[in-house]
Design a protein around this ligand. Structure first.
Ligand SMILES: *[C@@H]1O[C@H](CO)[C@@H](O)[C@H](O)[C@H]1NC(C)=O
Ligand SMILES: *[C@@H]1O[C@H](CO)[C@@H](O)[C@H](O)[C@H]1NC(C)=O
Ligand SMILES: *[C@@H]1O[C@H](CO)[C@@H](O)[C@H](O)[C@H]1NC(C)=O
Length: 357
């Protein structure tokens, strides 16, 4: 017991010194889990991707660090809190952050516990509560608004029903929508649980977004819209391969969540930003937002994503305003809060409400 107390004391000291890299740095020491590096800097070097990679290589990156975060209550809550801090520093006023609760749990997740963890007692339900707490403490400390979206994983259809149930349980505690993420080569026919979960989301008025047409073909976007009743499409670059579908979605004002840096580094899009699909979406005045995806692995943040489209795609301040207003309008906030968010933007942009459209 005294050893344990000494450890905890040392840990508190450490915490003060290494505030920023702490989330990655301290859990292995505390829990005796090995990491492929001795310092936070070394670990970052191992994880960060600088050039386009294959999907396999990309997925391997998660294995470098997820095993020390998953199952650790303190780490999970702290990461959620620090996430809000990071976003506030980037100038973000409202953020919807997404994650898979099952990937952070070590109990009630089926036979294969993620990241080769041994079974523990952290359930997906408690993970969501911890993230909610971290986010709301972050909101209070850094004075911005943060909501979350819970992800179903394409290769784990058995998790999806619980994901929608968690969305329902925590809809008043910060969870605003359901998402489907992962390997797009796995279609719905073989994994009908995803569809059942999305039907339940529609029935209960839970908002829906789906990763589609990122690496997968336009047919995945069609499936997301028609079968899963997605209100927004995550990425969606390959929608452009199906002209009819693209025209139809433009008419429907479908919202696309675009992620420039990620699209290059996952090899979803050409690494030549001057040939990027976003240029077409912009030209056609589509409904889209600019987002940052896997910021740890891609060492990115929102200002970097904005500067890429500014430097390489000729984006102007006017377009940034237009797309941010569309992002706010397409957010998954309740109407009243959406109005408040829009009002904040109109004010910041010096736009009179009547000329805002
Ligand atoms: C998973 O854990 C077991 C025992 O803890 C270990 O022997 C095995 O090498 C690990 N596998 C991977 C892929 O890390
Ligand atoms: C998914 O659930 C079904 C029925 O509950 C079960 O038979 C199957 O083994 C599960 N699959 C996995 C991968 O856990
Ligand atoms: C984008 O979608 C939102 C939410 O449906 C809508 O309010 C807005 O007008 C749309 N914008 C465009 C350019 O279609």
């Amino acid at each position: 017991k005294s050893q344990w107390e000494a450890l905890q004391k040392a840990e508190r000291r450490l915490k003060i010194h290494i505030i920023f890299h702490f989330s990655i740095f301290y859990p292995p020491r505390r829990r005796g889990i090995s990491l492929p590096a001795n310092t936070a800097e070394e670990l970052k070097e191992k994880i960060i991707v600088h050039e386009p990679v294959t999907l396999t290589k990309f997925l391997e990156k998660f294995k470098e660090y997820m095993h020390v975060i998953a199952g650790d209550r303190e780490a999970i809550k702290r990461i959620a809190y620090e996430f809000v801090e990071d976003k506030a520093k980037e100038g973000v006023i409202y953020v919807e952050v997404r994650y898979s609760p099952h990937f952070l749990a070590n109990c009630d997740v089926g036979k294969n516990i993620p990241w080769n963890q041994t079974e523990g007692d952290l359930t997906p339900d408690e993970v969501v509560r911890l993230v909610n707490e971290g986010l709301s403490e972050g909101e209070r400390a850094f004075k911005i608004k943060a909501r979350s979206i819970l992800c179903c994983m394409r290769h784990m259809p058995n998790w999806s029903i619980e994901v929608v149930e968690l969305c329902k349980t925590y809809r008043d505690a910060g969870v605003v929508a359901i998402d489907l993420a992962g390997d797009e080569s796995m279609n719905l026919e073989e994994n009908s649980n995803h569809k059942v979960a999305y039907e339940e989301a529609v029935r209960c008025g839970i908002h829906r977004t789906v990763h589609a047409g990122e690496v997968g073909p336009a047919s995945m976007v069609k499936e997301a819209v028609e079968e899963l009743k997605a209100e927004r499409i995550g990425h969606g670059y390959n929608t452009l391969q199906d002209k009819d579908l693209y025209r139809k979605l433009l008419e429907q004002n479908m919202h696309f969540e675009m992620c420039p840096i990620s699209s290059k580094l996952t090899s979803a899009c050409s690494s030549d930003f001057t040939q990027h699909p976003i240029i077409t979406f912009r030209k056609d005045k589509a409904n889209y937002s600019l987002n940052t995806d896997d910021p740890l692995i891609f060492n990115s943040n929102l200002p970097l994503d904005y500067s890429i489209v500014h430097q390489h795609m000729g984006f102007t301040e006017e377009e940034f305003k237009r797309l941010n207003i569309n992002s706010a309008k397409s957010s998954f906030l309740p109407e009243k809060e959406k109005e408040e968010l829009l009002h904040q933007l109109y004010e910041a942009y010096g736009m009179m409400r009547s000329t805002a459209l």
